[in-house]
Design a protein around this ligand. Structure first.
Ligand SMILES: Cc1ncc(COP(=O)(O)O)c(C=O)c1O
Length: 399
């Protein structure tokens, strides 16, 4: 291991690095149709908005994709042998959650899965509850399905974001049919603890509300190997609300596979699978064969790479915390999970933080899209030297 040092704002950060470090550099994504990089294609703006990483997928995943390509035939494909079993084994290994593979259905995206639940489990004008701020599709998809989104604000404390159970209870009406839980939570990075999940289970059960838990970030917990919180799948609780819940997962965040369109829903029972497909209404395509190959390889062989990634992300979280602390008017509750930093800029005196960042050469996600004007979200999944430049530009934006 060769230690490498980065200097930012007077601090020196040392990161152990070896020559085979998969996160030391990354390919140029210009010209690949990258949503993230194309937004600012002609400007000196570093994109740190949409949640994909700038790293190549692990070698084991690339090899599995190559193997599938070598087969040469790409006809209509449903869940190939091993897909459901490989996910079930992953959930057991990672989260001690025993899932009958028959309850798993593939879906091309977690967002698609959310949209299906709106149509499957709620009627026109029914309400879908969610905690805000939140990943934008949670706010927009209910309306697109003719359902109503009811936002319940999270409580912001200095050291954590928390569920406001009184506000949740007050928001519930006879029309409330679903609670869309984002767990771990995007954008705050909060991992909800078991006590909170049980309270949620009690409350939703009492009101006949089905929980749909988006757990796409559940393999990127930053502190679980250091005594920090672990991810408890909502549906793994021993509770009737958990047995009725739907869980959405994907390998896409953890192993950077979003463009391959492969996710999965874990349904309360196998019979719901048929209705699930019908609710797609002919609009939802089958998952593509390369997505399946990549997902299976990631779940089965991706753990060593995942752990190294988490080491890097913890380091990056520290860099962001130090940088934010040194900029007057900015604050950020450290994330338990994800590669996101949710920064409160409201005390900075800068009226439009997004515009200020872009003027300083930085392209974060705008808090307004998450229901939180005055915030920005940074994606820190890039090589460390790029992150150091990102943080220098952040400082410039608020100077
Ligand atoms: C909470 C959450 N759910 C879903 C998605 C997107 O999932 P997919 O690409 O599988 O639709 C994201 C992407 O950032 C996310 O953060």
């Amino acid at each position: 291991m060769v230690p490498s040092a980065t200097v930012y704002a007077g601090y020196t950060f040392v990161m152990p690095r070896s020559s085979d470090d998969p996160f030391a550099s990354c390919s140029d994504r210009h010209g690949t149709g990258s949503e993230k990089w194309d937004r600012y294609a002609d400007r000196d703006v570093i994109p740190v908005w949409v949640a994909d990483m700038d790293f190549s997928a692990p070698a084991e995943v690339l090899a599995a994709i190559h193997d599938r390509v070598d087969h040469g035939v790409f006809g209509y494909t449903h869940e190939p042998p091993g897909f459901r079993e490989s996910l079930a084994a992953h959930l057991l290994r990672r989260h001690e959650w025993q899932v009958d593979p028959a309850r798993i259905v593939a879906t091309p995206g977690v967002v698609t899965g959310l949209a299906i639940t709106a149509r499957l489990l709620a009627e026109a004008d029914d309400e879908i509850l969610t905690f805000a701020p939140v990943y934008p599709p949670f706010l927009t998809l209910p309306g697109l399905a003719g359902r109503r989104c009811v936002r319940v604000p999270l409580l912001q404390h200095a050291a954590e974001w928390a569920i406001d159970f009184a506000a949740l209870e007050a928001a519930i009406s006879p029309k409330s049919k679903l609670l869309w839980l984002c767990h771990p939570h995007n954008p705050t990075g909060t991992v909800f603890r078991t006590d909170d999940l049980v309270r949620l289970a009690d409350l939703t059960h009492r009101h006949g509300i089905t929980v749909v838990s988006d757990e796409i970030w559940s393999d990127l917990l930053l502190d679980e190997d250091h005594g920090g919180p672990e991810h408890v799948p909502f549906a793994s609780l021993d509770h009737p609300a958990a047995r009725a819940a739907i869980t959405l997962v994907a390998p896409s965040k953890t192993w950077n596979l979003a463009g391959l369109g492969c996710a999965a829903a874990i349904l309360p029972d196998a019979a719901l699978g048929r209705r699930w497909r019908i609710a797609g209404g002919g609009l939802v395509p089958m998952v593509n064969p390369l997505g399946y190959a990549a997902a299976i390889a990631a779940w089965e062989h991706g753990d060593a790479w995942r752990r190294r990634l988490i080491d890097l992300l913890r380091h990056h979280r520290g860099l962001v915390q130090d940088a934010v602390a040194a900029i007057p008017g900015l604050s950020c509750v450290p994330a338990d999970a994800t590669y996101l930093a949710w920064i409160d800029c409201r005390a900075s005196g800068v009226a439009d933080p997004q515009a200020a960042c872009e003027a300083a050469g930085l392209g974060p996600s705008d808090g307004r899209d998450f229901g939180a004007p005055g915030f920005i979200r940074l994606n820190v999944a890039c090589p460390t030297d790029r992150l150091v430049e990102v943080l220098a530009r952040l400082k410039r934006a608020f100077s």
